[in-house]
Design a protein around this ligand. Structure first.
Ligand SMILES: [Zn+2]
Length: 233
């Protein structure tokens, strides 16, 4: 049986290292990029395209609507953001600081990995692929409940039970800290300069949001130079 994997690919650092790793071990690899309405999805998608082109990997792009609606009066449709989060364009400002801060909970997107994984599982089954790859890592646990081992165990079980041939879920970095992923990426000669991490989605990486803070810290700990430009040089 050929091993065929759909990699959930944001265009960020972790999923780029995962993509590079999967290209070594799988017979077929495709990438799947989601725009779920975050402030940085446009930047991520551009990064994902550039990286996929470099690796000659097909990158499928899927865009989720940001709003749902209900009818109030016969002629009045009320639009409401579907998911409540300050990470999203429908939310308020992105907090600055470290992931460990309580205020980072404002960046939780409700059940994001559950939603993306569910869609990816259906997509993989449709393509007749047998595995999904996702780059969640140990640094994600602090804030995001749908990045923790128990959640992935449960999703893996749901996927095995709910698909024809039991689509698997592979989360190889789950116990790694970001520093180790940077080191692995460096060994694999990953084009770090093409990756996008910043939550704010501006022209350059802001250097202040929790995603930037974690990235800067990881490169520093790994003693490797980060080639992306930051606002706070
Ligand atoms: Zn940032």
């Amino acid at each position: 049986v050929k091993r065929k994997i759909v990699v959930l690919f944001s265009g960020g650092l972790d999923s780029t290292v995962l993509l590079a790793k999967c290209l070594m071990y799988y017979d077929e690899v495709v990438a799947l990029n989601f725009d779920y309405g975050s402030k940085h999805n446009k930047r991520e998608r551009a990064a994902a395209r550039a990286i996929a082109t470099k690796y000659n990997v097909k990158c499928f792009e899927y865009t989720l609507p940001s709003y749902c609606q209900y009818q109030q009066l016969p002629d009045e449709l009320v639009m409401q953001p579907f998911l409540a989060s300050n990470l999203l364009i429908t939310g308020e400002e992105i907090p600055e600081g470290h992931y460990e801060d309580k205020k980072m909970e404002a960046t939780i997107v409700p059940f994001r990995n559950g939603i993306m994984l569910s869609l990816a599982i259906g997509f993989a089954e449709s393509l007749k692929f047998n595995v999904i790859g996702l780059a969640a890592q140990a640094g994600d646990y602090a804030v995001y409940p749908d990045c923790r081992p128990k959640f992935f165990q449960a999703m893996r079980e749901a996927s095995l039970q709910g698909t024809k041939w039991g689509v698997g879920i592979c989360v190889p970095f789950l116990k790694d800290v970001k520093k180790n992923i940077v080191i692995r990426g460096s060994e694999l000669k990953v084009p770090f300069e093409l990756t996008w991490t910043c939550y704010k989605g501006g022209k350059k990486h802001c250097g202040k949001c929790s995603a930037c803070v974690e990235r800067i810290e990881a490169f520093k700990l790994a003693n490797i130079e980060d080639p992306v430009e930051y606002e706070t040089a």
